[in-house]
Design a binder for this molecule. Structure first.
Ligand code: ZN
Length: 700
C-alpha cells in the first residue's frame, strides 16, 4: 500500500468528473471505485510516457495549487467552532514541521470535518488536506506529525508538481486550464518510489521537529490492522468504522504497496539513525473532540455504556464541551441514570439551550420507540422523567398518557391526558387515536375483554367518539354483556339526535331483548323514541315493530299480531323488511309457527327480499326442514347448523370454522343462548366439541 493519501472518495467537482469520464470509461458512475480505477489507469499510462518536463516555477505551482484548492474549500463549507479548533491544531503541528522543509512555500493545512473517509493529500504549491476519518485513527500528536510530514514531502520533493504536469499532458489540456483537474489525482497516483520517499523524508522531518519516528510506524500499523479486521476478515470489530471509511480503506490497500515494506523501511531507518530511544510521544490535543464524536456515534447505535465512557473521557480532557455534555446526558438517560442526566441537562440549560433540547429530543425518541416495541413500562418511565426535566412538555405528556394507557394504568393516563388537555388541547387527538388502535388490535387478536376495557377508558378521556362507541357496543354484544351494549347503543342513538339510523335502532332493541327483561326493555325503548323529534313516518313504523317484538318476548303478542295485518293495506307503512324483523322477534320469542307464517307469506309476496331470508332459515331449522333451510342462509353459522343437523358433519365443520373467523361472538355460549334457540345453542356446542376432538386427533 502506499500513502495516506489516495483513497478517495470525495466527490469530484462536476467539471472534474466530466474530464475524467470522457477520458476513461464514459459509462462509469463517479464513485470511490471509479476514482481508483482512474488512478490505476493513469499510472499504467504514466509508465509509457516519456516524462521530461521543464520544472514549473514556484509562482506557477502556487497559482495552480490555489486554483485546485479553491474547489475543495467550496466542498468543505464553513467550520463550526470545534472544527476550527481542530484545524488550528493541524495548522500548528503542520506549521512547525514545514519550517524544516527544504522548499520555502506558503504551506497551508486544511481539516475536512464530517468526512469519515480515511485520507490526506497534498496539492502543488503547499495546500495539505486531512480528513476527519484519518484523524480519528490517531493516538498521538506524533501520529499527526507523521501524516503531515509525509504530505509535506510530496510537495517538497516536487511529486505534486510532476503529477500536475503529467496529468495535463495525458489529458492534453494546457496548464492554465488545470482547475478542471480532479483533485483526486493527488490522493492517489504517485509511484511506489515517491511513496517510500515521502515516508522516509516525512519521518525525518518529524524527528527534526522533535517528534518520535514511531508515529509513522504506528499509523501504518493502524491502517494495516483496520484493513485486516474490516476488509480481510470482514467481521464486526469492536471499533466501529463507517461504510465510507471501509471503502476508502479498501481502495487504499488495493492500490498501494505493501505496508510491510513501508514499515520495514522506517524501522531500518530508525535503526541506522540511532532513534530507537525516541519512543516518547505527545498526546493528541484534539483527541477529546474525536472521543466526543465517537461517543455520539455509540449513542446513536444504542451502545449507551460505551457512549458514557467515551464522553466522560472526552470531558476529562476538555471539560467545556456542550455537545459532549449533551451526549453524556442522553446516554445516562438511556441507562436510566436519571439523576445524573438531570444534572447534566440543567448545566446545559441556561448557556446552551439547543444542546439541552437535543437531550430532551433523544429522551422523547426513547419513549416513543419503547411504545412502538410495546415496552410500555419503560416508555412511561422515560416520558415521566422528561417531564421532570421540562414540566408540562406536551410531547412528553402525549407519550406518558399513551404509555400508561397501554399499560392499563388508566389513572396515570388520565392525569397525563388532563394535563395535556389544559396545556395543549391539540395534542389530545393523538392519544385518543392511539387508544383506538389498542382497542382494534386487542379485538382482532381475540383479547375481547381487554378491547372493551380500553374502549371504555378511552371514552372516559374523550366521551364523543361515535366510531369507538359503535365498536364498543359490538364488543359488548360479543361478550354477551347485553345490558352494557344497550346503554352503549343508547349513547350512540343520542348523538344521532333526530335522525337515528334504523340499523342502530334494531341493534339497540336486540340488546334490550337479550338483557333479561324484555318488558322493561320495551318501556325503555319507547321512552327513548319519544325523545326523537319529528321522526320520519318510516322510522315510526320501524320503531313500532321493535316495540312489538320486545313485548312479544315479554309475553304480550297483541301489538305484533296487529302489525301482521297491515302490509298491503293502503295506509300501511310496514315494509317487507320490517316483516323480516317481526319474524325474527317471533323466532326469538320461541313462536316458530307464527314466525314461519309471517316470513313465508311475506316472502311469497316479495321473493328475493334478503331481510326475510336468514330469519326464515332459522325458523326452518326449528321445523326440522334442514335441507330447505340451507339455501336461506347468508350467514355461515346458519349453514353450519343446518348441515350438521342434516348429518353432513365435514361440510358443517368447514362452515363452522369459517363462521368462527367472521363472527367471533358465536364462540360465546352466552351470546348464542340469548339470541338463538336452545337447539341451535346445543348444535354449536356439539360442533365445537367435535372440532376440538378432531384437532387433538390430528396432533397425535
Ligand atoms: Zn503519499
Amino acid at each position: 500500500m502506499k500513502r495516506w493519501a489516495a483513497f478517495a472518495i470525495v466527490l469530484a467537482s462536476l467539471g472534474a468528473a466530466l474530464v475524467w469520464c470522457q477520458k476513461t470509461r464514459p459509462q462509469a458512475p463517479v464513485n470511490p471505485d471509479a476514482l481508483l480505477f482512474l488512478v490505476a489507469d493513469t499510472e499504467s499510462e504514466l509508465k509509457q510516457l516519456p516524462v521530461a518536463y521543464t520544472r514549473l516555477s514556484d509562482e506557477e505551482e502556487i497559482r495552480i495549487g490555489n486554483q485546485l484548492a479553491s474547489s475543495r474549500f467550496l466542498l468543505a463549507g464553513t467550520l463550526d467552532p470545534d472544527d476550527k479548533a481542530v484545524e488550528r491544531y493541524v495548522q500548528k503541528v503542520g506549521g512547525n514541521l514545514a519550517v524544516h522543509a527544504e522548499r520555502k512555500l506558503p504551506y497551508r493545512f486544511h481539516y475536512l470535518p464530517g468526512d469519515p473517509s480515511i485520507y490526506a493529500f497534498a496539492l502543488p504549491g503547499g495546500h495539505i488536506f486531512i480528513s476527519a476519518g484519518l484523524m480519528d485513527l490517531m493516538g498521538s500528536e506524533d501520529d499527526l506529525a507523521a501524516v503531515l510530514g509525509h504530505e509535506i514531502e510530496h510537495i517538497d520533493h516536487f511529486h505534486c508538481a510532476e503529477r500536475v504536469q503529467t496529468e495535463a499532458a495525458l489529458m492534453r489540456i494546457p496548464l492554465g486550464a488545470l482547475v478542471a483537474l480532479p483533485v483526486e489525482v493527488f490522493e492517489a497516483g504517485y509511484s511506489k518510489d515517491q511513496e517510500l520517499e515521502a515516508d522516509r523524508e516525512g519521518t525525518r522531518l518529524a524527528v527534526m521537529t522533535g517528534y518520535s519516528p514511531f508515529g509513522t510506524v504506528d499509523m501504518l500499523k493502524t491502517l494495516d490492522r483496520l484493513f485486516q479486521e474490516h476488509i480481510v476478515r470482514a467481521r464486526t470489530p469492536e471499533e466501529e468504522l463507517s461504510r465510507t471509511a471501509e471503502a476508502t480503506l479498501e481502495g487504499y490497500f488495493r492500490t498501494y504497496p505493501l505496508t510491510s515494506e513501508r514499515i520495514a523501511q522506517i524501522e531500518k531507518m530508525i535503526q541506522n539513525a540511532g532513534w530507537q530511544e525516541r519512543t516518547s510521544q505527545r498526546p493528541l490535543e484534539v483527541a477529546y473532540y474525536f472521543k466526543a464524536a465517537r461517543a455520539r456515534r455509540r449513542l446513536e447505535s444504542g451502545k449507551y455504556s460505551e457512549a458514557v465512557k467515551l464522553a466522560e473521557a472526552s470531558l476529562r480532557q476538555e471539560p467545556d464541551q456542550p455537545p459532549a455534555t449533551a451526549t453524556l446526558a442522553a446516554a445516562e438517560f438511556a441507562l436510566k441514570q436519571f439523576n445524573q442526566a438531570r444534572g447534566l441537562y440543567q448545566s446545559l440549560f441556561s448557556g446552551h439551550p439547543e444542546e439541552a433540547e437535543r437531550v430532551v429530543d433523544f429522551a422523547l425518541n426513547l419513549a416513543s420507540h419503547a411504545i412502538e416495541k410495546s415496552q410500555y413500562a419503560d416508555a412511561a418511565d422515560y416520558a415521566a422523567h422528561v417531564l421532570d426535566f421540562e414540566p408540562l412538555l406536551p410531547r412528553a405528556l402525549v407519550l406518558e398518557a399513551e404509555a400508561r394507557f397501554a399499560a392499563r394504568d388508566f389513572t396515570g393516563a388520565g392525569e397525563a391526558y388532563r394535563a395535556l388537555a389544559n396545556k395543549s388541547p391539540n395534542g389530545t387527538g393523538e392519544v385518543i387515536g392511539f387508544a383506538g388502535v389498542l382497542v382494534v388490535r386487542a379485538r382482532d387478536e381475540g383479547r375481547t375483554e381487554q378491547a372493551a376495557e380500553y374502549a371504555a377508558h378511552s371514552l372516559e378521556l374523550e366521551p364523543y367518539q361515535p366510531g369507538l362507541v359503535e365498536t364498543l357496543a359490538t364488543i359488548e354484544v360479543t361478550l354477551a354483556s347485553f345490558a352494557d351494549a344497550a346503554k352503549t347503543f343508547h349513547m350512540l342513538l343520542g348523538w344521532q339526535k333526530d335522525n337515528p339510523s334504523g340499523e342502530t335502532m334494531e341493534r339497540y332493541a336486540d340488546a334490550l331483548g337479550a338483557a333479561g327483561n324484555p318488558g322493561a326493555g320495551a318501556v325503555e325503548f319507547q321512552d327513548w323514541f319519544q325523545k326523537v323529534g319529528k321522526p320520519a313516518p318510516a322510522l315510526v313504523a320501524e320503531s313500532r315493530v321493535e316495540v312489538a317484538g320486545l313485548k312479544l318476548m315479554a309475553g304480550d303478542g297483541g301489538p305484533a299480531h296487529a302489525l301482521i295485518f297491515e302490509p298491503g293495506r293502503p295506509e300501511s307503512v310496514i315494509t317487507y323488511e320490517s316483516l323480516g324483523r317481526l319474524g325474527w322477534w317471533y323466532y326469538r320469542a320461541g313462536k316458530y309457527g307464527a314466525a314461519y307464517d309471517v316470513l313465508h307469506n311475506a316472502l311469497a309476496s316479495r321473493p328475493g327480499e334478503g331481510a326475510l331470508s336468514d330469519p326464515l332459515g332459522w325458523v326452518l331449522v326449528e321445523k326440522g326442514e334442514f335441507r330447505d333451510a340451507l339455501p336461506r342462509f347468508n350467514e355461515p353459522m346458519g349453514r353450519a347448523v343446518a348441515l350438521w343437523l342434516n348429518g353432513e358433519d365435514d361440510k358443517a365443520l368447514e362452515a363452522f370454522r369459517l363462521a368462527g373467523k367472521f363472527q367471533p361472538a358465536w364462540s360465546n355460549p352466552g351470546f348464542v343462548r340469548a339470541l338463538y334457540s336452545p337447539r341451535v345453542a346445543s348444535v354449536v356446542e356439539a360442533m365445537k366439541a367435535e372440532q376440538a376432538q378432531r384437532l387433538r386427533a390430528a396432533r397425535r
